[in-house]
Write a protein that binds this ligand. Sequence first.
Ligand code: SF4
Ligand code: SF4
Length: 203
Amino acid sequence: MSQAKPQKVKWVKPPKLGLLEQMYFPTVISGMATTLKHMVGTLTGTGDKNIQVQSYPEERPTLPPHYRGVHRLNRDPEGRVKCVACYMCSTACPAHCIDIVAAPSPWPDREKYPETFVIDELRCIYCGMCEQACPVDAIELTTIFDLTGMSREEMMFDKEKLLSVFDKTVAAGTDPVRTQPGRLGVASLPAGAGLTGSSSAQS
Ligand code: SF4
Ligand code: SF4
């Protein structure tokens, strides 16, 4: 068997940083100069016309309808979690940030339901694969983008928190179900059925 020729490797030495570079002074000054240039340009009307300035948070951005923000777990028309604990989303997730514990369903129309369902919102890369993989449209990414928290634990969204995102977005009318209702699972919405934001005793 012939052996592959060894590839020539070109080793590159990292440039040596002087004292000023190590203290980030040139970079900070260059950044400030860019900010100043844009500020003067905006105030005098001589700046780049393609640059748009938005005074966030006073001005909220208009997001495209396919924007992928914080997740929500959808409810079925009875207010129960739609998820049937099939693990399709966690299997598809490239960041391995969905953790589900399945249990026998307390309802007769499905075998399983998620006893616990946790998404690590800090580990998520908001690719939408979970949404694509779900056979019953139970998980969706919403237009909520300004997610903040004071601790890592706070950013672990459990089932109740994910359901509360559903309630909040349905009440606000910002995030209708964007995937088409299918007939793949019992928890899918029948065609034309409305959403409910009400919560049930057990979800
Ligand atoms: S959006 Fe992507 S990375 Fe985030 S939970 Fe879904 S599949 Fe995983
Ligand atoms: S793919 Fe949908 S039904 Fe399956 S575990 Fe994930 S959210 Fe639940």
